[in-house]
Ligand binder design. Structure first.
Ligand SMILES: [Zn+2]
Length: 115
């Protein structure tokens, strides 16, 4: 869902490198990986953005551009706020039901965007 929203809002621009891609080449890239940010950041609207496969999968330095562009898109301090949330998060924040509810919200939002 975030990839589709970003593709529409930012014309296919990768959050990290700034280059434009077709939607099939974009992935939902996390600024703070789910394994480190707990469930709070798994679907967080500023933590997940359209990112090209090269940046998301192979570029270890992509977070420099990612952080810079987060602050441009959402306001200064956005990247720092995500790191603050990560430092407070625990993997046990969400119940299984809440995880399923959030996944259903994302699925429904996606279906609204894709007729
Ligand atoms: Zn990229």
């Amino acid at each position: 869902m975030r990839v589709m929203e970003d593709f529409i809002a930012y014309d296919g621009q990768c959050i990290s490198c700034g280059r434009k891609f077709p939607i099939t080449s974009l992935q939902g890239g996390h600024f703070v990986p789910a394994s480190r940010g707990g469930f709070t950041l798994l679907f967080h609207p500023t933590n997940v953005n359209a990112e090209c496969q090269g940046c998301n999968g192979f570029d270890q330095m992509h977070l420099i551009g990612y952080a810079r562009n987060l602050d441009k898109r959402y306001g200064k301090g956005t990247a720092d706020e995500l790191i603050r949330i990560k430092n407070q998060a625990t993997a046990k924040e969400w119940s299984a039901q809440r995880y399923l509810d959030e996944a259903a919200i994302c699925r429904n939002r996606y279906l609204e965007l894709v007729p």
